[in-house]
Design a protein. Structure first.
Length: 401
């Protein structure tokens, strides 16, 4: 039995970077009836978790109370969404309440499928494996890095779309730089497992990352994936998809990134791309409007757009969604167009970074003039460590950037 029913002009499903940015922009545009559905108590700036795992930031810095970032005048329903009925224009939350909408913005983020690789869950509960993709584990990553004095460290990345695809590499470089500074690098074998045929999809960045890996003596396994973990024997089974071969690596430290997909309730809804097991929301890659339900938009990690799933993409998608929402409310044609922009700040040491920026053309599209961001730079480190968090909390979430 339905507990009760409410209705709002615009319902935003998800209170992460995408949801808060869109809600803030809608309020600035004079939309008074905006509802955000999200159960979170704390709002996290997740890009900082790589630096937490690398010992360059604290977990406390990455979080603020959700109530402080929620835009004023927004109705906040602190529940988890359970079902979406696009025909009835309703969202049902976990206590049975249904919320009707005129327009729906879907941005609940992405889920990490920890059980997709056999043995990973058990490994992460052991003293030898961790992942920066979980809030409770990022500090553990730093403990493992700090305490390792010799042996083998394996860093893995899964195939398929994932949030911040550069993060599996970043932590390897942060760890290697730390071990070098401690005089331990020569005693540690570092294996970096990447599913891609190159270090990066753009040659200029791939070349620089190859140089970085070689400088640290990192053994890079391209076109390869982690297939299974034996947490008792501390063995990682690595499959080479190019040669169709496999081998087992004994590890003393394992940083694992599991495959990712849309949240289960999205996968099971009519919103998902038909016959797509990952369950991404089926949207036009330029307008971000749903391909079958014109009253629905999606942005952020959950969308089917073929861009890199990053916060930088959200920053460019949010104004497009808001512009098109306002157009449909006025019965006008859609004007907002997203060009696939994304960026990946790749930390290459504990004081340098390169900034990869690109769009649907998969070409380097730099936004900072007079600076070669294809090379590791000290000034880019300060952008990553201090500039981008400031931009996030003070401008992006407030609908100003």
């Amino acid at each position: 039995m339905v507990a009760n029913t409410a209705h709002h002009e615009i319902v935003v499903l998800g209170g992460g970077s995408a949801g808060i940015s869109v809600a803030s922009r809608l309020r600035k545009q004079g939309i008074n009836d905006v509802c955000v559905i999200d159960p979170a108590v704390t709002h996290y700036y997740q890009p900082l978790w790589t630096l937490v795992g690398g010992g360059c930031a604290s977990m406390d810095e990455s979080g603020r109370p959700q109530a402080l970032v929620m835009p004023k005048g927004v109705t906040w329903i602190r529940r988890a969404a359970g079902q979406i009925d696009p025909e009835q224009k309703q969202v049902t939350v976990d206590d049975g309440t249904t919320i009707g909408y005129d327009r729906l913005v879907v941005c609940p983020g992405i889920q990490t499928d920890w059980d997709a690789i056999p043995g990973v869950v058990d490994a992460l509960s052991s003293p030898f494996a961790s992942s920066n993709y979980a809030r409770e584990l990022a500090p553990k990553t730093w403990e493992l890095i700090r305490n390792l004095r010799s042996g083998t460290a394996v860093f893995t990345m899964p195939a398929g779309p994932m949030k911040c695809a550069g993060a599996p590499q970043k932590i390897a470089y942060l760890a290697a730089d730390y071990w070098r500074k401690q005089g331990r690098l020569n005693d540690i074998r570092i294996v970096l497992v990447l599913p891609t045929p190159a270090m990066f999809g753009i040659k200029a960045f791939s070349d620089e990352l190859e140089r970085v890996a070689q400088d640290y003596g990192i053994e890079v396994r391209l076109s390869s994936e982690l297939a299974e973990v034996d947490s008792v024997g501390r063995k990682a089974l690595i499959v080479d998809n190019a040669t169709k071969s496999s081998d087992s690596i004994n590890y003393d430290l394992l940083h694992v990134v599991a495959p990712q997909s849309a949240p289960d309730f999205i996968k099971e809804s009519p919103l998902a791309v038909p016959d797509n097991p990952a369950g991404w929301v089926d949207v036009d890659k330029h307008t971000l409007q749903h391909n079958r339900f014109p009253d629905i938009y999606a942005l952020g990690d959950v969308g089917s757009t073929p861009n890199s799933k990053t916060g930088a993409a959200v920053r460019k998608q949010a104004p497009v969604v808001v512009a098109n929402l306002l157009a449909t409310l006025k019965g006008k044609p859609l004007t907002g167009q997203y060009n696939g922009y994304g960026s990946c700040p790749l930390t290459t040491s504990r004081q340098t970074m390169l900034l990869a920026e690109f769009d649907y053309s998969v070409q380097h599209t730099p936004s900072i003039p007079f600076i070669d961001t294809t090379k590791s730079r000290r000034d880019m480190w300060y952008l990553k460590r201090y500039g981008l968090p400031f931009l996030y909390w003070n401008l992006m979430l407030k609908g100003r950037s």
